[in-house]
Design a protein around this ligand. Structure first.
Ligand code: ACM
Length: 538
C-alpha cells in the first residue's frame, strides 16, 4: 500500500511543480515605468494617452492581421520586416512561429465610426497586446509607422531570460490634418536612379508622407520613355546640368516606382512641364518649338527661355500621346502640367495652351495640377494650383474655387540653402534654416481659406545636387518638419517640443545612412545603436 501512496504524492508534487513553472513563465514582466508621451513620434499624433506600463516585444511575440483584406496581411509582413531590420528579431505573421506565443500585435480592420476619417487609426498598447485598428489598410499603414517609431533601439537583457524591447503602453488616436502631404523630386536637372527614388520613398513613408511628385521633364532633360516619341529619351534624356550623363526611366522602371510607392501607400504624380521648360523636348523634336530659333541641348541653370508652339495642332497631338502614355501607367488621380515660368510664351498663347491641355488631361481621366501661374487661364474648379511664388495667383485660384497645394518657395523649397555656409542649394527665395522651415502655419497661410487647401508639398529642385547623399543633405531634416506640418494639428505643434523629437531621429537616420544636415539648432541625440548587431538596410 505504501508504495502506491508515495508514487501518487510524488506525481502530484510533479504536477504542482509543473504548473508553478508554467505560471512563472506566464507571469507578466515588470517593467520600469515608461512614458508613451516621451516617444520619438513625428508627426506628433492627435492624442496620446500614456498608461505607464509596457508591452514586451520579444521572441514570444506574433503578428495577427485581418485576413479578409489582403492589404492588412501585407502590412503585417511589412511590420515584421521592419522589426527584423531594426532589432534583428523574427516575428511570425498569421502563423505559428517556432516559439510559444505569449503576446500578440493585432492589425485589425474596424468599421467604427471613430475611424471614418481617411488614414485614421488607433493604437492600443497594453502589457499583453498591441491592437492597431483602422478602417482601411492605408490607416493601418500609417499606424505601423507610429509603432515603428516607439520600438526602442536597444533591447533589455535583465528583465527576463530573453532580450525584450519594452514598448510604452497607452492609447493613440490619430488622423491627419491634410489628406495631401507631398514631396517633389526634380529628376530632370539631374537624374536620380530607381534605387535612389525607392530609398526616398522608404524614408518619406516613415514620416507618413503620402505623395511623391516627380518633375520628369525640363530644359536640361526628358526622363520618361514615351513609346510613340522615342527621341525624347534617346536625345532629350542624354543631357543634364553640368554636362553629366543624364538618364531616363523606361516605362517599366516608372511602373516599378509606382508599384513601390503603392506598397508604401503613396501616390506618384508625374509632371511634364510645359509650355516653358521644354528645351529637351524641342531638341528631340524641333517642330515643338515656336520661337524660330535653332534648338540646342541645354545644360545650364537658367529658366524661362523655352516654349512650345501653342498654336500648332501637331503640338497638341504630341501632348495627347504623352499624357495618354503616362496616364495609362499612373494609377493616381493627378497629372501635373507644370505651367511655370513660361516667360517667352505670349500671355494669350499661354492661356490658350493651359485651357487646351487641361482638356487633354481630363480626357485621359486625370485631374490637372499646375504651378500657380495656371490660375490666369479659365481652368476648371477640379484643377489644382500649386502655390510656389505668387500670392496674387493663389488668390485667383481661390476665386476660381480651385484647390491649392501649398509649396511657398520661401518656406517649403528643399533646395533653398540652410544658411550661407550650406554646401548645396540656392537662396533666391530665402535661406531656410530648420526652425524657419517648421515655424509657419499652412492652415492660415496668406489668407488662403482652409477649405481651398488640399495640402502641402516640399519640392526639391536638383540644379545643385547630383546624387542621393546630396539629395538627403537638402531634404533631411527639413522634410521631417513638413511631414508634421501636413499631419499634426496646429494646436499640437510647438518648435521647442518638436526640436527634442527631431533630435531623437539620429538612430533612425544613421541606421539608414541618411546624409542629413546636422543643424546646430538641434541637440542631436548621440547614436547609441547597437543591439550588438550590424545596422541593416530596411
Ligand atoms: C518653380 O519653382 N519654377 C515652380
Amino acid at each position: 500500500m505504501i508504495k502506491p501512496i508515495v508514487t501518487r504524492i510524488l506525481s502530484m508534487l510533479c504536477i504542482i511543480a509543473l504548473i508553478t513553472a508554467c505560471q512563472e513563465e506566464r507571469k507578466p514582466i515588470e517593467f520600469p515605468p515608461t512614458d508613451l508621451a516621451e516617444g520619438n513620434m513625428i508627426p506628433k499624433p492627435l492624442k496620446v494617452i500614456p498608461t505607464n506600463k509596457a508591452f514586451g516585444l520579444d521572441r514570444y511575440t506574433a503578428i495577427h492581421t485581418n485576413q479578409k483584406d489582403e492589404g492588412f496581411a501585407e502590412i503585417g509582413h511589412y511590420l515584421a520586416d521592419k522589426i527584423k531590420a531594426k532589432i534583428d528579431l523574427d516575428i511570425p505573421v498569421n502563423e505559428e512561429g517556432t516559439n510559444p506565443i505569449e503576446r500578440i500585435i493585432y492589425i485589425n480592420q474596424s468599421d467604427s465610426l471613430e475611424l471614418k476619417a481617411p488614414e485614421s487609426y488607433q493604437l492600443y498598447i497594453t502589457q499583453d497586446s498591441i491592437i492597431i485598428n483602422s478602417n482601411t489598410a492605408v490607416g493601418a499603414f500609417r499606424g505601423i509607422q507610429t509603432l515603428r517609431q516607439i520600438i526602442p533601439e536597444v533591447g533589455n537583457d535583465t528583465l527576463a531570460e530573453q532580450r525584450i524591447w519594452p514598448i510604452p503602453s497607452g492609447k493613440i488616436i490619430d488622423r491627419p490634418t491634410f489628406g495631401f502631404r507631398g514631396a517633389m523630386l526634380d529628376v530632370a536637372r539631374h537624374f536620380f536612379s530607381v534605387a535612389d527614388v525607392k530609398k526616398y520613398i522608404d524614408l518619406l513613408a516613415y514620416y507618413k508622407i503620402n505623395v511623391l511628385h516627380l518633375h520628369l521633364t525640363d530644359d536640361q532633360g526628358w526622363r520618361i520613355e514615351i513609346k510613340s516619341w522615342p527621341k525624347l529619351t534617346e536625345i532629350g534624356g542624354a543631357t543634364e546640368v553640368g554636362g553629366e550623363s543624364g538618364g531616363f526611366y523606361t516605362q517599366e522602371d516608372y511602373k516599378e516606382i509606382v508599384a513601390y510607392a503603392a506598397r508604401h501607400h503613396m501616390t506618384i504624380i508625374p509632371e511634364v512641364d510645359m509650355p516653358g521648360h521644354t528645351n529637351a523636348a524641342s531638341v528631340s523634336y524641333p517642330f515643338l518649338n515656336g520661337n524660330g530659333k535653332i534648338v540646342k541641348p541645354y545644360e545650364g541653370t537658367h529658366v524661362g527661355f523655352s516654349t512650345f508652339d501653342t498654336r500648332k495642332d501637331t503640338v497638341y497631338a504630341f501632348i495627347d500621346d504623352v499624357v495618354r502614355e503616362i496616364s495609362a501607367i499612373t494609377p493616381g488621380p493627378y497629372f501635373h502640367i507644370g505651367g511655370d515660368e513660361s516667360h517667352v510664351t505670349k500671355k494669350n498663347d499661354y492661356i490658350h495652351f493651359v485651357e487646351k491641355v487641361e482638356k487633354i488631361v481630363q480626357k485621359h481621366g486625370k485631374r490637372m495640377i499646375g504651378w500657380d501661374e495656371i490660375a490666369s487661364a479659365k481652368v476648371d474648379t477640379t484643377s489644382i494650383s500649386q502655390y510656389w511664388s505668387n500670392g496674387k495667383n493663389a488668390q485667383k485660384a481661390v476665386k476660381r474655387g480651385m484647390k491649392i497645394i501649398l509649396s511657398p518657395a520661401k518656406k517649403a523649397y528643399l533646395d533653398m540653402q540652410y544658411d550661407s555656409l550650406s554646401k548645396h542649394g540656392l537662396h533666391w527665395a530665402a535661406y531656410i534654416p530648420v526652425d524657419s522651415a517648421y515655424i509657419w502655419t499652412p492652415e492660415e497661410y496668406e489668407g488662403i481659406p482652409m477649405d481651398n487647401i488640399l495640402g502641402i508639398e516640399a519640392p526639391l529642385w536638383s540644379e545643385t545636387i547630383s546624387n542621393i547623399g546630396e539629395l538627403e543633405y537638402l531634404a533631411f531634416p527639413r522634410i521631417i518638419g513638413y511631414s508634421e506640418l501636413g499631419w499634426t494639428t496646429k494646436e499640437n505643434r510647438d518648435w521647442e517640443n518638436y526640436k527634442v523629437r527631431l533630435a531623437n531621429q539620429t538612430p533612425y537616420l544613421d541606421r539608414h545612412k541618411v546624409n542629413f544636415y546636422a543643424s546646430p539648432l538641434i541637440d542631436w541625440k548621440k547614436n547609441e545603436n547597437t543591439n550588438g548587431n550590424e545596422p541593416q538596410d530596411e
